[in-house]
Design a protein around this ligand. Structure first.
Ligand code: ANZ
Ligand code: ZN
Length: 861
């Protein structure tokens, strides 16, 4: 029989239409089935989807379709993380309104996603720039304000001079803006903050319960929260007139090794002293240029300024000089430290530079007290305390306890000299951005009443449409009419807050909004509680800290304000690897060439690339993350147009474990497409079989199919998509092998058909269009997308089976699959169900039935 090639260009849109028409993926909250919420991190509408999206959304779709088949009420929504800088940049560059640009991009990407055949509930779709969405976000802000979770304070901020906006610490990477790459400066501004630091301990300890999160992500969050156990210790000044100097240390055991004190350039005492010390003021100004990010501080050369003040050592006679030092941060601990050069590298560098004493107080176990000195490398390892009076001989831990007890007892000005303290690195989240394309902060500044919340009935504060992007900075700030309003409290002329919210706010609660996307309150608390937590969240590891931590905080804050009662938003988290691709260049990495411009010759180490146009040879470079600058991207649209969405989905799922990077190769894609065509050829053969009769349960192929299905189930549940794919390949091979056997029987036909249908079920979550088309080709009138996952026959899983040939009157007529240890009687009984045998017997009993265990069965009629 002549089979036509499978044509995804026709088949795929057809089934997409059928699914949509039947509203197969529209989810009801009041559905009685057990819920399952699967979510992929929603995209930024940059304009086009990239292959990374394809991988991310294909994975989520496999889970969604599988869980649906397993009988769950599945929520699988999609939306757009639509506020942010690129829209403003496009506005400035191309004179297009950010709103128009964003919604046009959304339209383009929506149709791209639809062409992938994702089983999404599109009725829940929203963009964070929809007024309806940010309206509710403004309500959340006001709730947070009332609950004391949002507040305003003057603070040093990271200022991005290129994007002309404030950045969160998390958005400053190696001293540079995360988006612009510009060197970040320090400025003082009044900003809105979310009190995430109130939740530090909870966010930390609850990580232990997130057992379905990758360990690496939990560790990154733990380090980001940065819990330190230590002490605050107050040092009395030598000479009257000043309040004691309070420092934070985690190493009070090293106090006897202290040789100086250091203040942050931003410490109040520094500022006080600098008032009448021009030299100090100049030093402070110098330090501010360096930036206060952790990396900037850590990599800068250690520099200090001796204030001339001295403090008394709290445990022994003598005093210590007080410096202002560029490596002490104001926003950690108390902004002041004692320096112990022998056991801290920064302190040692500093002491060596300013010729301060270096006294070791921790002795490594293999060292000799008399000969142990420190030169250029601080000793930070374990050991026992020495050179330290009453601490001598103690372990570090014991010495920490001893000093803590001692200083908690000792009094200075009537208060304990020291107190045990726990510090967190996590800072409050500054959410003010001086941008247009974001959610307006619903506040009005009145000259008399101060900042006033916009009353609920005046919400939403909508972004004005008419804006001017001719000058850099925030267009809202220069907007004449939008800005002017009456104070809601006293009616006086006032101005709106012109800052908008950090876009990370938008993405911190969208998962909750999906549970009741049209609610006139931020959530419908019942729906939120019914759906949350997200059972499986899938996205890139680049969001391991910011987005995931903020979302965890938001769930807590929203729970506190009554919008839901779930604290952990994501029960299971999966971070997928990237899609990478070879990059091609001119040998100097100056000019880069797109794969489509090249022709390849040879294989393996012999492989060479030439420009199609001109024939010049180019260098095959490293396999790298796809990027526009290296021109090694592939456009999912091209792939879908050429091979279909199923091929693209199958390839990104099959080629490597999902947590690892997958290398995009044409050969890999072609391989995936060959499999699509092979399944299509198989279905023609299977459909042509006469498989009406027979007892396929006895056949080895049936057992193989059940085993494969069972394995695929476990692999999808464990998100091991590549292993599931491998199982399906194997089953396809077994089916092909059976089909090519000449002695096909009715019973075998039944087994083949059964196994093939099982294979369709197994591959339906991954290649849904192909599965649907084959299902129809087999004569079914329902949709495989709405069918339940077949029941695996457990009995067939564990058995080791053998295939016995069955002879009737000395001629081989059939075969039978039986458990290896099956009794003679069991085999006899099975043989008497074989259609060929029944036919030969024609109702009579066999004259003889001889079973040679493990070998053959003879029936004499
Ligand atoms: C004395 C000492 C001796 C320290 C020693 C360390 C080693 P973590 O673990 O990250 O919390 N420190 C405290 N506040 C600081 C600030 N604002 N800027 C820069 N450094 C600061 O680090 C705590 C340690 O970092 C503290 O313990 C303090 O130095 C320093 F052998 O105190 B330590
Ligand atoms: Zn007022």
């Amino acid at each position: 029989m002549q089979t036509e090639r499978y044509n995804p260009q026709i088949v795929e849109p057809h089934w997409q239409k059928v699914w949509t028409g039947q509203e197969l993926f529209t989810t009801q909250t009041d559905d009685p089935r057990e819920k399952y919420y699967v979510l992929e991190m929603f995209p930024y509408p940059s304009g086009r989807i990239h292959v990374g999206h394809v991988r991310n959304y294909a994975m989520g779709d496999v889970v969604a379709r599988f869980k649906r088949a397993k009988g769950f009420n599945v929520l699988h929504p999609m939306g757009w993380d639509a506020f942010g800088m690129p829209a403003e940049n496009a506005a400035m560059k191309n004179k297009v309104h950010p709103k128009a640009w964003t919604y046009a991009n959304i339209a383009a990407m929506r149709s791209q996603l639809k062409s992938m055949g994702l089983s999404l509930d599109w009725q829940r779709e929203f963009a964070t720039c929809d007024v309806a969405y940010y309206h509710q976000q403004q309500k959340l802000f006001l709730d947070f304000l009332q609950a004391g979770i949002a507040y305003r304070k003057k603070s040093k901020v990271n200022w991005d001079p290129v994007d002309r906006t404030v950045l969160a610490n998390e958005q400053v990477i190696d001293g540079k803006g995360w988006r612009s790459g510009a060197d970040v400066e320090q400025r003082e501004l009044t900003q809105w903050f979310f009190r995430i630091s109130d939740y530090s301990e909870d966010l930390l300890t609850a990580l232990d319960g997130l057992t379905r999160w990758p360990d690496k992500v939990r560790l990154m969050q733990k380090n980001w929260i940065g819990r330190s156990e230590g002490m605050s210790v107050r040092f009395a000044f030598d000479g009257a007139g000043r309040e004691p100097l309070e420092i934070f240390t985690t190493r009070q055991d090293t106090l006897f090794g202290a040789s100086f004190m250091a203040l942050s350039p931003d410490h109040p005492l520094t500022e006080d002293l600098a008032k009448d010390n021009a030299e100090l003021a100049a030093f402070v100004a110098e330090c501010r240029k360096q930036g206060t990010s952790v990396v900037a501080v850590e990599t800068a050369e250690k520099r200090g300024f001796d204030t001339g003040l001295r403090v008394k050592h709290p445990l022994q006679a003598g005093t210590l000089p007080v410096y202002v030092a560029n490596f002490v941060l104001m926003d950690y601990g108390t902004g002041a430290i004692f320096g112990c050069p022998a056991h801290d590298q920064r302190d040692l560098d500093f002491a060596n530079k300013y010729k301060l004493p270096v006294t070791p107080v921790v002795l490594p176990s293999d060292a000799d007290a008399a000969g142990f000195t420190i030169d250029n490398e601080a000793y930070t390892g374990p050991g026992s305390i020495f050179n330290s009076g009453f601490l001598d001989g103690l372990s570090i831990e014991a010495a920490k306890q001893a000093v803590a007890e001692h200083l908690e007892q000792a009094l200075l000005d009537g208060a304990p000299q020291g107190t045990r303290q726990i510090n967190y690195r996590l800072r409050d989240w500054g959410i003010s951005r001086q941008r247009y394309w974001g959610c307006p902060i619903p506040i009005i500044h009145c000259p008399s009443c101060g900042p006033q919340p916009v009353p609920e009935d005046q919400l939403p504060v909508e972004l004005p449409d008419e804006i001017d992007f001719e000058t850099p900075g925030n267009p809202l700030d220069r907007h004449a009419s939008w800005k002017q309003v009456a104070c809601p409290a006293c009616g006086q002329d006032s101005v709106r807050e012109t800052d908008t919210m950090d876009t990370f706010v938008d993405s911190s609660w969208y998962f909750a909004r999906f549970t009741a996307p049209r609610s006139t309150t931020p959530t419908d608390p019942q729906a939120a509680d019914a759906w949350l937590p997200v059972n499986q969240y899938i996205g890139g590891v680049e969001h391991a800290i910011l987005h995931l931590l903020y979302s965890r905080f938001f769930a807590r804050a929203m729970s506190r304000c009554g919008h839901m009662s779930i604290e952990e938003p994501f029960e299971g988290l999966f971070t997928q690897g990237m899609v990478v691709h070879e990059a091609y260049h001119d040998g100097q990495e100056r000019a880069w060439f797109a794969p489509a411009e090249l022709r390849f010759e040879g294989e393996g180490t012999e492989r060479r690339a030439f420009l199609i146009d001109g024939g010049q040879e180019v260098t095959i470079g490293k396999i790298e993350k796809m990027s526009k600058s290296k021109r090694n991207t592939v456009d999912p649209d091209d792939i879908i147009r050429t091979y279909g969405a199923d091929t693209a989905r199958w390839f990104v799922l099959s080629d490597s474990p999902p947590e690892r990077d997958v290398i995009w190769t044409d050969a890999g894609v072609e391989g995936a497409h060959r499999f699509v065509q092979r399944v299509w050829r198989l279905v023609q053969e299977v459909a042509a079989l006469d498989s009406a009769a027979g007892s396929p349960q006895d056949h080895a192929l049936t057992a193989a199919a059940h085993k494969a299905l069972h394995a695929v189930e476990a692999d999808i549940d464990g998100l091991r998509f590549n292993r599931a794919v491998a199982q399906i390949y194997e089953l396809a091979n077994a089916i092909s092998a059976q089909l090519s056997k000449a002695d096909a029987q009715d019973s075998t036909n039944g087994a083949i058909r059964g196994a093939f249908e099982m294979m369709l079920h197994a591959l339906a979550p991954m290649m849904p269009h192909l599965a649907e088309e084959c299902w129809q080709h087999l004569g079914h009138s329902d949709l495989i997308a709405s069918r339940p996952w077949p029941k695996v026959n457990e009995a067939l899983l564990s058995q080791d089976t053998v295939i016995l040939p069955v002879q009737i009157n000395g001629k081989r007529r059939a075969e039978i699959t039986v458990p290896k240890e099956a009794s003679k009687q069991a085999v006899e009984e099975a043989v008497l169900t074989i259609p060929a045998v029944l036919k030969a017997l024609d109702g009579r009993a066999p004259k003889k039935l001889i079973v040679v265990p493990g070998r053959i069965v003879n029936v004499v009629v």
